[in-house]
Design a protein around this ligand. Structure first.
Ligand SMILES: Cc1cc2nc3c(=O)[nH]c(=O)nc-3n(C[C@H](O)[C@H](O)[C@H](O)COP(=O)(O)O)c2cc1C
Length: 310
């Protein structure tokens, strides 16, 4: 028997595999596709104070090795999330953990979402999205050191629940941002969000995506995600959730060996809705095959020499 349970953020995760924000709706949409309560958990679509309609079409397109999206953080807003989405999560997920992905245009807006949700039940904590490349100002807090410190510090005063900051890959040195989050009171990091990209329709000589640019995700970004996760994990002592291009147990293990405690599966769900289950089973098979007793032994076990390059 192998042991996949780990204690993270003050609770036990039965599996290191979670579903990534924006790729599994608010959970209910996925309940018929996989037994949701058997995975580690899920991260909801971003929640903002007011509902958002998102960007004009086209909003998603396939790219070599992945996809580009500019959904534009469309979401039902705080009030409807509490009234319509959270009750289902509360009633149906007993063992899988829920993180609520939070966005805002200002520190006040982020704080209002956290304050508005904090008294509710049905979720573990917050994933703070400071890294969305496809809305104006979406990476404002993720690319400005003092704004990030102020935001995380402000949210720390609003809640005792876990605060996990989702970082952007689009900075010269992710280690600086990882340390700022730690020093400002965050409990964990998620690395990474999508990379900014542009896909061109050469016949029309126009961008394929209505928003012009979008965020690139999927297998194409896996080595960058693993590198940035390694760099972030070495730069601070917070638990890191590895994200980017994960399709298999071996993909997830690259992140775990590089220092991730948990992982998230996103774009792969569009190809195979049961991908998270396959990732979980692939990790179990690896532990079996290598005679590894517990997943914890693998976290950060990468043997690598040399400096961390920015
Ligand atoms: C359609 C789509 C919507 C997304 N929406 C969000 C979002 O609302 N909040 C967020 O933090 N990340 C969002 N993401 C980013 C993913 O959670 C993830 O960080 C990224 O896609 C990289 O992982 P992947 O390669 O496994 O998809 C979205 C990604 C996609 C493809």
């Amino acid at each position: 028997m192998v042991e996949l349970r780990q204690s993270v953020f003050g609770v036990e995760f039965q599996s290191p595999v979670l579903l990534a924000s924006g790729t599994c709706g608010y959970g209910r949409e996925y309940a018929e596709l996989i037994p949701l309560d058997e995975i580690g958990g899920l991260v909801t679509k971003a929640v903002s104070v007011e509902p958002r309609v998102g960007n004009p079409p086209h909003r998603i397109a396939e790219t070599p090795g992945g996809m580009i999206n500019a959904i534009g953080l469309e979401n039902v807003g705080l009030r409807r999330f509490i009234g319509e989405k959270l009750p289902w999560l509360r009633e149906n997920l007993r063992r899988a953990h829920v993180l609520v992905n939070v966005v805002g245009r200002s520190a006040e807006e982020y704080a209002a979402v956290v304050a508005g949700l904090d008294g509710e039940e049905g979720f573990l904590g917050y994933e703070i999205n400071v890294s969305c490349p496809n809305v104006e100002g979406g990476t404002m807090f993720g690319t400005d050191e003092s704004a990030l410190a102020e935001l995380v510090g402000r949210l720390r005063r609003e809640t005792e629940r876990p605060i996990i900051v989702k970082l952007t890959p689009n900075v010269p040195d992710i280690g600086i941002y990882a340390r700022i989050c730690e020093e400002s009171g965050a409990d964990g990091l998620s690395t990474i969000n999508t990379f900014p990209g542009l896909l061109v329709d050469v016949d029309r000589r126009r961008p394929v995506i209505g928003n012009v640019s979008g965020g690139v995700s999927g297998p194409a970004i896996l080595p960058m995600g693993v590198y940035l996760t390694w760099h972030a994990a070495l730069s601070c002592s917070l638990p890191v959730i590895g994200i980017g291009g994960i399709r298999s147990g071996e993909d997830a293990l690259q992140y775990i060996l590089a220092g991730a405690t948990l992982v998230q599966v996103g774009t792969a769900l569009f190809v195979d809705p049961s991908a998270a289950k396959a990732v979980h089973e692939g990790i179990v098979a690896y532990l079996d095959r290598t005679g590894t007793g517990t997943i914890g032994e693998l976290v950060g076990a990468l043997e690598a020499r040399g400096p961390v390059l920015a």
